[in-house]
Design a protein around this ligand. Sequence first.
Ligand code: F6P
Length: 381
Amino acid sequence: MTDFFPENPVAVLCSGGDAPGMNAFLRALVRLGLNRHNVPVLGIKDGYRGLVKAARQAGASPVELQQLKDAIVRNPGRKGMIENQPVVLMDHASVSGIMGKGGTVLGSARCKEFEKREVRAEVIALLGALGVRALVVVGGDGSLAGARCLAEESGLRIIGVPATIDNDLQFTELSLGVDTAVHTLVWAVDHFIDTARSHRRVMVLETMGRESGDLARMAALASGAEMVITPEGGPLDAAQIEKLAHRIEEAMIRGRGHAIVLLAEGVKFDPPQNRNGAYVLKDAFQKYFDRTEGAFSDLEVRPSVLGHLQRGGHATPQDCILAARFAEKAWKSLLDPDCGNGITALRENRVALVPFDCPDMPERASATRAMDDLHEALSFW
Ligand code: F6P
């Protein structure tokens, strides 16, 4: 690498909840920068939080700024990462062997402070002082909202890249990490089925997904889970819960031995509950099956909150491929003087750059309904 601070580099950060595929994206972005475009890439550690930290350090005086620049040149790649430098000049070695690895080698964080305009102004000043020509932000809803603010408040070129296991970004058919999280859930359901079958049990498994039920619904379709409950269906009251339990009971009368119920974490209850939904539903189901006139009074229900297991693990080939395609689009967009700021998105299986204020794709809502109908038809037994 060079002895001089790179001229007009591109900077990249990962923000918010980590998602499998972030590392594949970093690798593709750095390699395309070095191999195809001859533009160096600066990696920002720990998302916006790292950027704010660096801005405070370097903003203190011209001497501090120079020290940061010197450190970036002195400790490129893995050396800079080991030194825990907030900004690292990415070389080939720094992205070698990371393709499928879960998480992100740059680290990620949620940063409330970044919601303040004056804090973003500090960051804009730092990016200007480093001569950064474009910033690439990889993350979910909140992270892309931060990127949009930066785009509006600075003259910088800003490109967002959707990465979240929730699949709740409605301007793209898929975000990075979704395919891997669905795979992980299918794997988890397979494990729970063994016990459910052996003990003739009902398993209530709570998935992540925030306000969206997409992760649960995709995992239900791919795993064959008997039932999926998502926030899009509205809050669950006692009568609805009884109906669901009744459906399971009827299936068992017809000969079904067990049931896997996927419950998205965003599902609300009426009246509201302050426990995880899996426990609420488990108690209500158990009460239903325990009733004296019930057909299966010895039927046991077990809850499980799957939690962060869903965010980790080796990224699937699909996620790695999507990461490479998003990286290629990011480069094309940021090097094209006629192209504005925006977010890479998958639309009709093509990668496009959509504006930050892009409306939701109506196809997403109809795809959700279609998936629900399909699951309904496939899960009747
Ligand atoms: O957005 C990704 C996600 O994993 C959500 O599904 C979940 O609600 C949330 O992040 C958990 O956040 P944290 O890791 O901060 O607990």
